[in-house]
Structure formats: C-alpha cells, structure tokens
Design a binder for this molecule. Structure first.
Ligand SMILES: Nc1nc2c(ncn2[C@@H]2O[C@H](COP(=O)(O)O[C@H]3[C@@H](O)[C@H](n4cnc5c(=O)[nH]c(N)nc54)O[C@@H]3COP(=O)(O)O)[C@@H](O)[C@H]2O)c(=O)[nH]1
Length: 572
C-alpha cells in the first residue's frame, strides 16, 4: 500500500465560500492526508502559528485587519521557514512578484486556480522548503557528528560576545584537540576513527549546559563556547570534566580504546575581545598543553611567549625531578584545641631543586597539574606519607592519622580509589589513619566520576576533609551531599582574628555551620594565642599553624609526637 503523508495546512480566509472551496479541494489530495485548520483573521492566525507546527500556510491577502503585502510580511516575521501560499482574488502580476520577493512561495489567483494546481503548488512549496532547510543544515552542521561546524561556531561565538558585552558577563572559549588521534586513526582505521569522533562529540556535549555551544572545527578539533560564566573556577571545573570524560575508554567494536585531549582556554574579556584573536589565543594555549605532554588544559596567559619559556623549563625540570627523587615531605601537627593533643599530621611536599634551591609547592603544584604529572607526583606523596606514618610505630610512637593533599586534577583520575586501596595495602596503614584533603572546587564538579570516587574512598574507611574552606564555591547542598568528615577553615579568615569583626563573625558562622552538618572543624594558619582563645571560645575542634609547630621533617617532629602534646607557644 502506498505511504500516506500527513500535511497540516493553516487556511487564513475571511470569505466563507472561498474557504469552503479550498477545504473541499484539499479533501481529495492523492497520497496525502490533509489536516486543515481554518481561521478568518490574521491576529488569530499569528498566535496559532507561534504555538503549533504547520507544514504550509494558505492565505488570502485581503483580511479584516490586514491587506496586501502586509499580510505576507507579518506571517514571515512570525515564522521564518513555513511555506506561505497566497490565494488572492486579484490577478495582479506585480503584486504576485512582490509577494514572492517578500517570502511567499507562490501566488495563486482564486478564479483561475484548479484543484490540481493547488495540490501541486502545496507539494512543491513544501518540498522546496525542505531542501532549503537541508541545504542550510549542510552549511551549518558537521555531517559526521551533527555538531555546529566552523561557520556556525563563528556566528555563535560572535553572538555570545555581543550578548556578553551588553550583560558584562564572561565567555570562555575552550579549544580541544585529541592527543595522538592520527596514530589512533592510522592503526584502527578511519571508520573506527569516525566512531571515536562521534563519541567524543557526545561526551563533550554531556560536559556542558544546553545554552553552551560545542562545535567541530575540523578533523579532531572541537571548540566549546561557554556563556554566562559565573567565575574562572567554573571554567576549570568544566575543563577538568572534559579531560576526565575524554580519558575514559571508548568502546569500538567491542574493543576498549583510550584517548585524551589537550585543551586551550581563553576568556572574554580578559584575553581579548575579538573572535579571531580569542580563537588564536585558545589555539596557542592548546599547543602549550599538548607540548607538555597532553591530557591537560592551559589558560592563555597574556604575553604568553615569555612566561611559557620560563614555565616550560620548570616543567621539564619537574619531570626529571620526579625521576631523580628530588622531592621530600614535611609534616605539620594537627592539634585538638581543648586538650592540646596532637591528633594527626598534614604532609606537605617540598622540592629540592639541584640549582634553583628549595621550591615551595605553591609554585610547582599548579605546573604539575597543567602538564599532567600531578598524578605520579601525588601518588608518590601518598605512598611516602603512608609508609612514613606506618614507620613511626617501629619507633615506639602510636600510629596517628596523616592528612594528604589531593589536587583537583589528581582527583579526576578515574583510578584514584584503586590506587589508594593499593597504597594502603602495601603500607599496611589502616584506612582510618588516612585523611584526604580536597578543595571545595573538587566537590563542585558533581560528575558521576567524582561522586563515585568519593564514595569508594569513603567506603574504604578513609576520611575526607575540605581544605581552604571559605575560599571556593561549595554550597550547603554539596556539603550535605558528600561524605565529608572535616572542614578546614582557610588561614586567610584566621590571620587577623579576633580584631577583624567581619572575619570573626564569618569564622563563628563557619564553625557553627560545620557542627550543624555533623562535621569536625579545623582552623588553619593559627599563629597567636588570641586566635587560639577566640577559636576555643567558639568551640572550634582543631587547629594547625605556626603557633603549635611549623611544617618540618618527620625526624625533627618525633619528640613532639612521642610526647603526644604540642608545647605551644612554639613561634620562633
Ligand atoms: N596537591 C598537593 N598540594 C600540596 C601538597 N603539599 C602542599 N600542597 C599545597 O601547596 C600549598 C602551599 O603549601 P605550603 O607552602 O606547604 O604551605 C602550607 C603550610 O606551610 C602553611 N602554613 C601552615 N601553618 C601556617 C601558619 O601558621 N601561617 C602561615 N602563614 N602559613 C602556614 O599553609 C600551607 C598548608 O596549607 P593547607 O594544605 O591548605 O593546609 C597549599 O595549598 C598546600 O595544600 C601535596 O602533596 N599535594
């Protein structure tokens, strides 16, 4: 049986006799089932068009509230791509030409039109619109992935910048290039390569909001435009999420294949305000990420050339430093404020560079994150800290908990939980003796990967604390959702206590909020007795800082650990 096509027609006609003729003519439309809605005024029709999907509009030009070309113009302004056929009583060639120029598909004269001519005109106009739409799609979308192509990307990016100029919002551009895609393509064949690109497109879209644009720029290059960005930290969250999603295995023909990406980031208006320059900057930043090993993101830094040179030499040294074991750990006691007992230590990594001297972690951790070596470095810290703490038992000191910092990038690694399990097994340290310090921004990324990693770690019995609390963007919701044990209030809030009334009230609120969530609260960077008294007075549970002890080698800390108490004041 031949296929029956359904066509929805909107007939706008105030003359009842003409309307009846059209409706009858549409009843016997071979091969088509016509659903005809008849309205006799333009305002009603415009509202209907806005609210319904219609395949074709048949309209008289002389209606009660509009006449002539104005009818076509108003309809066109309301729907840009529904075919419009004019059914007019006027046999006026110049009006017919003008109607078509203004967007009508055809002009039919009522007294001359036959049923067959009307059917043909409807069919052709629908077909013409369909092929126009298809051509427009081909011009704007990538055939393989269905993503907006380079041309539409420029349009959307330009539009996003214009909006952002008016609303004074940030726009981020992330330029993504897959690492070693050519090798993958050559080894597994182009069809499988195409499948990877399709899966990459889906994963990229899953990392952003509906209002953001993900486009394929060609080959294995993609560009993402994030609009109404609330903060740069949020861009880092998205960049980390992209790297995580792209590092997960791709299932192609029942085979698991691995890939990764390098991402360059520019932010409007900080880096520039022109589409072309921002794209160029994102491209430079992407190459920087790639050059330093891939699987990383890089922000474009103003005057990047010079900065890149000095950073990349430090980055090279960092890789070698890991191999040559130039890193070591210091430990700083964590103290129970009511009893002054040492209830744990925090491990803090140091780098003894052969020519540059001692380099603080604040300088090399961000580089390690950017060049993708934070994984091995963090793993080394974890192994060393667990082994050191287990080792103190042999020196007559009972095991105490050790807090280890885990950076956001390190946390994103999908096998972190497995690695922790292995390190605990190898060192024989009991899981309850290990605490991981995460920053608030790690929690903000509530991707499935992060949530399940946190749960796995927590189920092992390992404790979780939130480091630098108050400086990030965690909301009450995140704190309630995730299995956290301790909040560590950032030292910037502590440093001018108790005199700074604003910070005093913030710290008091953070302590009581932490307690209301059932969490233990620790104050960082405690340096004075006044601060200790303030914190005790507000029932803060723990503290850490130079007042009790500076970070130092485990050897020099041993007497204090044996004693079990800090002998503050220890400022020197
Ligand atoms: N991902 C990892 N990050 C790490 C690791 N080791 C350290 N870090 C992070 O680097 C940042 C700087 O650390 P550092 O220079 O060691 O500074 C720590 C302390 O020395 C300092 N501190 C402690 N008490 C005081 C004080 O009373 N006054 C004062 N001015 N500074 C003090 O604070 C730093 C500890 O910070 P925190 O981790 O937030 O508790 C720092 O962000 C480290 O996290 C690592 O192995 N991996």
């Amino acid at each position: 049986m031949a296929e029956v096509h359904h066509i929805k027609v909107l007939l706008i006609e105030d003359n009842a006799v003409d309307a009846l003729w059209v409706r009858r003519a549409l009843e016997s439309f071979e091969g088509f089932h016509i659903d005809c809605v008849h309205l006799d005024s333009l305002p009603e029709a415009l509202t209907y068009v806005e609210q319904h999907d219609i395949d074709v509009i048949l309209t008289d030009l002389s209606l009660p509230s509009s006449s002539g070309l104005d009818t076509v113009d108003q309809l066109r302004a309301t729907t840009s791509d529904t075919p419009i056929l004019v059914l007019s009583s006027l046999n006026d060639e110049s009006l017919a030409v003008s109607a078509v120029q203004n967007g009508a598909q055809d002009y039919l004269v009522k007294d001359h039109v036959t049923k067959d001519a009307l059917h043909r005109s409807i069919r052709y106009s629908i077909e013409r619109c369909r092929s126009q739409r298809h051509l427009a799609y081909l011009a704007d979308y990538d055939q393989l992935t269905g993503l907006p192509n380079r041309r539409l990307f420029f349009d959307r990016f330009d539009h996003a910048l214009k909006r952002a100029r008016r609303s004074e919002q940030l726009v981020a551009l992330l330029f993504v290039d897959l690492d070693h895609f050519k090798d993958i393509n050559d080894s597994i064949g182009h069809q499988a390569g195409d499948e990877i690109l399709q899966q990459v497109a889906e994963r990229l879209q899953a990392c952003v909001r509906d209002c953001d644009t993900v486009s394929r720029m060609g080959g294995d290059e993609f560009a993402l435009v994030l609009e109404d960005v609330p903060s740069i930290q949020q861009v880092s969250v998205v960049a980390n999420r992209l790297l995580d999603h792209l590092a997960a295995p791709f299932l192609i023909e029942e085979q698991e294949l691995f890939s990764s990406a390098s991402v360059g980031v520019t932010i409007f208006p900080f880096d520039d305000n022109l589409v072309g320059t921002l794209l160029q900057h994102a491209d430079i930043a992407m190459y920087q990420a790639k050059h330093q090993g891939g699987n990383a993101y890089h922000y474009y830094l103003g005057g990047m050339g010079a900065q890149v040179a000095s950073r990349s030499s430090l980055a090279n040294d960092l890789r070698q430093g890991l191999a040559k074991e130039e890193f070591f750990l210091h430990y700083q006691p964590l103290v129970d404020l009511q009893t002054s007992r040492i209830i744990g230590v925090e491990s803090l990594v140091r780098w003894q560079h052969p020519t540059r001297g001692l380099i603080p972690p604040g300088q090399f951790i961000p580089i390690a994150e950017h060049i993708g070596v934070i994984g091995p470095l963090g793993h080394w810290v974890l192994q060393k800290a667990c082994a050191d703490i287990r080792g103190i038992c042999h020196e007559g000191v009972s095991e105490i908990p050790v807090a280890v910092n885990v950076s956001g990038r390190q946390f994103g690694h999908h096998d972190l939980a497995t690695k922790i399990e292995k390190v605990l097994g190898d060192s024989t340290l009991s899981p309850g003796m290990l605490e991981l310090e995460l920053t608030e921004n790690v929690l903000m990324d509530d991707s499935i990967n992060h949530t399940s990693t946190l749960k796995r770690i927590k189920n092992m019995g390992v404790k979780i604390s939130i480091d630098d609390f108050g400086t990030g963007y965690s909301s009450f919701r995140y704190l309630k959702t995730f299995p956290i044990d301790t909040l560590k209030i950032d030292r910037s809030f502590i440093q001018d206590l108790p005199h700074n009334a604003h910070n005093a009230s913030l710290v008091a609120s953070m302590i009581s909020m932490g307690h209301s969530l059932g969490l233990s609260v620790l104050a960082e960077g405690v340096e004075t007795e006044d601060q200790v008294n303030f914190l005790k007075g507000h029932n803060c549970d723990r503290a850490q800082g130079y007042f009790f002890a500076k970070p130092q080698s485990l050897d020099s800390l041993m007497p204090m650990l044996r004693h079990g108490h800090v002998s503050a004041p220890a400022l020197n």
